[in-house]
Design a binder for this molecule. Structure first.
Ligand code: ADP
Ligand code: MG
Length: 226
């Protein structure tokens, strides 16, 4: 019991710290984006160069989104009401987005959605969840492997599966998922899974991992269907 209390206290401090860091990062990002927007309008730059500025602004927008996302989890008072999310649409846009990321490692993402299904959630948060899970699957994959993403409706649930054929995890590693800053990657943050579990829980979902070292991982996420 005592351990539990201490753990939730640690989590609270970690959350506050992360929120403060996120704030401090957002300000310089805004300044850099402002200058890039000026350059983008500046006729002394070549169209090629302007294209680069547009790309950089797009990337900064993504970074800003991630930070806002994170802040909304760390400080749940800026809540928005859940909306009806079309799972197929979001999965399509997320896999499109991650297509080039997978390409870097020569991985393909194969998406199967058999029918339209919807859940009640915040679209940005749901996207964030899927990006975190699919990115992890790509990062765990060996060169040339495929990542399989699927969604289907089963009774009153929407079931999303992300299957990779990558490095897999031991039982202990699976048990560590969601612990703040737990990462086995040299450049990992160890925040993706913590955020993902938060989002799943917030919309009454469940997330389950089946994994075998050296064989791959299947992540099964389910949400109440609407
Ligand atoms: P990060 O990706 O920054 O390391 P995450 O919270 O997203 O942080 O993941 C934590 C750790 O969980 C990863 O470093 C990795 O060791 C493990 N992990 C997550 N997903 C997978 C997967 N599909 N296959 C193997 N390991 C995984
Ligand atoms: Mg990750």
């Amino acid at each position: 019991y005592y351990e539990q209390i201490q753990q939730s206290g640690n989590l609270k401090i970690t959350g506050q710290l992360a929120a403060a860091v996120a704030h401090e990062i957002r300000n310089p990002l805004t300044v850099v984006k402002g200058f890039l927007q000026l350059f983008e309008q500046d006729s002394s730059f070549s169209p090629d160069r302007k294209g680069h500025f547009t790309l950089m602004i797009g990337e900064l927008n993504t970074a800003e989104q991630v930070i806002s996302q994170f802040l909304s989890i760390a400080k749940p008072e800026n809540e928005k009401a859940p909306e009806t999310v079309n799972v197929k649409q979001v999965l399509q846009s997320v896999t499109d987005l991650l297509h080039s990321y997978g390409h870097l490692h020569d991985n393909t993402i194969e998406l199967t959605v058999t029918e339209d299904c919807s859940i009640s959630a915040n679209t940005i948060e749901f996207k964030q969840l899927l990006i975190n899970i699919i990115k992890n699957a790509i990062e765990a994959s060996n060169e040339g492997d495929s990542v399989f993403v699927s969604a289907r409706r089963e009774k009153d649930e929407v079931i999303i599966k992300v299957v990779d054929q990558g490095q897999g995890m031991t039982e202990t590693e699976v048990a560590s998922l969601g612990t703040p800053f737990y990462s086995l990657k040299s450049k990992g943050t160890g925040l993706g899974m913590m955020i993902s579990f938060n989002i799943v829980e917030k919309y009454n979902g469940k997330m389950d991992f089946q994994s075998a070292k050296g064989q791959g991982t299947t992540v099964t996420i389910s949400f109440p269907a609407i």
